[in-house]
Design a protein around this ligand. Structure first.
Ligand SMILES: NC(=O)c1ccc[n+]([C@@H]2O[C@H](COP(=O)([O-])OP(=O)(O)OC[C@H]3O[C@@H](n4cnc5c(N)ncnc54)[C@H](OP(=O)(O)O)[C@@H]3O)[C@@H](O)[C@H]2O)c1
Length: 276
């Protein structure tokens, strides 16, 4: 497994478990089964309404709390400083955990223009121990520049839409240069069309693995931490096993070449998209 290191020494495992739509008892069971299978990084968000299920899954898994990195995210409607701090407190209470390990601003919502204020609240939350590490999601280069320029604090992670149809080469290069770890959301394109693509299928067949595993190995080879969501223990193990698969440089390039300018799944361009 290839760990990823941020500029401040923070380390993430090669792969994490997405949890969107893993809610309630079934969600807690899925999180717990993921941890028992070997995942140590969990992705969640205030807006997924499952911080409780994630926290419960952590407690029920029997895995040491200190070995697990739990992520949550601040929604757009709470970017004001006081609202952000209250929301982070609420995330911690909902999870039932001592603290959240990694807290991200979910979207920059540049039309509102309060993401720097939100970032100041995340910095304060880290200082008072509510969260351990802070980062962002869906931030474009100009948003990253503003955060650092105005606060002097650089995010450890930027979680972005990234999959074979939208390989984000420029963002990856920028993050690498700055020591910001790139996490990929919808890393397997929700196991739709791109897992059926002949290039992906051909590479998978050459290695005797599934197309989803070939896509996940492509992320790992590029130094990206994919966050595939699965509620199914068998598919969770399948996805985790992809980190053992090494693709050749030519195979990595062939998958990257599937990128399209309009390759986003739902056209959610962070320059314009607003999520509250
Ligand atoms: N920051 C953001 O703005 C943002 C946005 C979207 C998502 N996310 C995060 O990223 C995570 C992943 O993204 P996502 O859930 O959109 O998409 P994804 O992980 O690309 O795909 C998940 C879908 O693929 C299926 N699947 C997973 N592994 C499979 C396998 N090996 N074979 C066949 N099907 C498989 C899952 O079904 P089963 O569960 O039935 O296996 C589920 O329907 C989310 O859960 C969330 O944590 C963040």
């Amino acid at each position: 497994m290839t760990e990823q290191h941020a500029h401040d020494g923070f380390v993430l495992p090669a792969i994490g478990l997405g949890t969107y739509r893993l809610n309630g008892v079934a969600g807690a069971d899925a999180v717990s089964s993921g941890l028992r299978a070997g995942y140590r990084l969990l992705d969640s968000a205030f807006n997924y309404e499952n911080e409780g299920a994630v926290g419960r899954g952590v407690r029920e898994s029997g895995i040491e709390r200190s070995e697990v990195i739990v992520t949550s995210k601040l929604p757009g409607r709470h970017h004001g400083y006081d609202a952000a701090l209250r929301t982070i407190e609420e995330s911690v209470y909902r999870s039932g955990l001592d603290a959240i390990d990694l807290y991200l601003i979910h979207w920059p919502n540049p039309g509102v223009g309060a993401y720097v204020e939100a970032w100041r609240a995340l910095i304060e939350a880290r200082e008072c121990g509510l969260v351990r590490h802070i980062g962002v999601s869906n931030f474009l280069p100009e948003h990253l520049d503003r955060l650092e320029g105005e606060t002097g604090v650089r995010p450890v992670v930027n979680q972005i839409e990234l999959h074979p149809f939208f390989p984000q080469e420029e963002a990856l290069a920028l993050h690498r240069e700055r020591g910001i770890i790139t996490e990929a959301w919808s890393p397997v394109g929700r196991a739709g069309e791109m897992a059926e693509h002949p290039v992906v299928r051909g590479i998978a067949e050459a290695h005797g693995v599934t197309p989803v595993q070939a896509i996940l190995a492509w992320h790992v080879a590029r130094g990206v931490v994919p966050l595939p969501k699965s509620g199914d223990p068998e598919r969770q193990r399948e996805n985790l096993a992809s980190t053992e698969l090494a693709l050749s440089d030519a195979e990595v390039s062939a998958i990257t070449a599937l990128g399209r300018p309009d390759g986003r799944m739902k056209g959610q361009d962070p320059a314009a998209y607003e999520e509250f």
